[in-house]
Design a protein around this ligand. Structure first.
Ligand code: DAT
Ligand code: MG
Length: 149
């Protein structure tokens, strides 16, 4: 089953959106397989966002991501990476439709409250960066047979 790394950024946590964001993934049918609250180090965040090093907003992004605890999660399910990105909305909340998390709860690209892996390849890289193997829970979703044919 495909897995994606989803994180509630410091602004999402501080604004009390943790339960609301989790609820959207639960109600869609994805299976939660890992979750923790963390204050990642500068080096960890620079590795997570390594593709963006050199962008003008990079240092600001790292400072924002260090401004408070993050809720890091792994969700599994059919097409979890693309589907998760649809639940989040566009990178820029101004382009995110109402009904998406960013479209409902945020206004600006630099405070867009959540992260989601953009491909299966980055998901597996991000999951390995944020979680140890022993932190991932292998379990059967009781409603599995009602969600999949
Ligand atoms: P996403 O988080 O949708 O995968 P991304 O990987 O391109 O988007 O960028 C990572 C984060 O960096 C994004 O969520 C918010 C921030 N960011 C991206 N582009 C930005 C910009 N032009 N100005 C300020 N922050 C930006
Ligand atoms: Mg990205």
């Amino acid at each position: 089953m495909e897995r994606t790394f989803i994180a509630i950024k410091p602004d999402g946590v501080a604004r009390g959106l943790v339960a609301k964001i989790i609820k959207r993934f639960e109600q869609r049918g994805y299976k939660l397989v890992a979750l923790k609250m963390v204050k990642p180090s500068d080096a960890h965040l620079r590795e997570h966002y390594a593709d963006l090093a050199g962008k003008g907003f990079f240092n600001g992004l790292i400072e924002y991501m260090k401004s408070g605890p993050i809720v890091a999660m792994v969700w599994a399910g059919e097409n979890a990476c693309a589907g998760g990105r649809m639940l989040l909305g566009e990178t820029n909340p101004q382009s995110s439709l109402p009904g998406s998390i960013r479209g409902d709860y945020s206004l600006t690209i630099g405070r867009n409250i959540c992260h989601g892996s953009d491909s299966v390849e980055s998901a597996e890289k991000e999951i390995a960066l944020w979680f140890g193997k022993d932190e991932i829970c292998d379990w059967e979703l009781p409603v599995h047979s009602l969600l999949y044919e």
